[in-house]
Design a protein around this ligand. Sequence first.
Ligand SMILES: Nc1ncnc2c1ncn2[C@@H]1O[C@H](COP(=O)(O)OP(=O)(O)O)[C@@H](O)[C@H]1O
Ligand SMILES: [Mg+2]
Length: 139
Amino acid sequence: MWQDARTDSPAATRQAGAQLAAELPPGAVVALHGGLGSGKTTFVQGMAAGLGLEEEITSPTFALIHEYGRPARLFHIDCYREPSLDRWVGLGLSEYFATDAIAVVEWPEAIAALLPPETVHLQFELGATPDERLIRRAR
Ligand SMILES: Nc1ncnc2c1ncn2[C@@H]1O[C@H](COP(=O)(O)OP(=O)(O)O)[C@@H](O)[C@H]1O
Ligand SMILES: [Mg+2]
């Protein structure tokens, strides 16, 4: 089973993401908590690799949702620029959580009310050195 990680490089964070993704059941929802630069998007790059997706993963900060695979296998959602729950409800976010694709959410606090109860919550923190990151399963 996936374990908490202390990584010392972006590559190691990607590897942790790949390991988690390989173990997730279809349709899993993953919420990534943590500040700017704590490694959330880097972790999602690893998740995509772990799912066998070869597309380049970029932050969906402005697009809000990026979709990878055809049919979709990974939804990458970023709530940083859109804290309005009503807006996300209007976008049909719950439907993204009701498919067999993996959904991963950065800045999930705004949409906490929409997250399924079985959501996997991860907490990202900066470590003691510039390249260290701590990734813990939050609950
Ligand atoms: N161990 C590490 N894990 C992830 N990113 C790291 C690590 N060490 C340094 N970094 C750098 O920190 C930044 C993390 O950015 P990003 O993944 O976009 O964070 P977030 O999505 O949480 O804002 C990148 O510039 C990356 O190169
Ligand atoms: Mg990010």
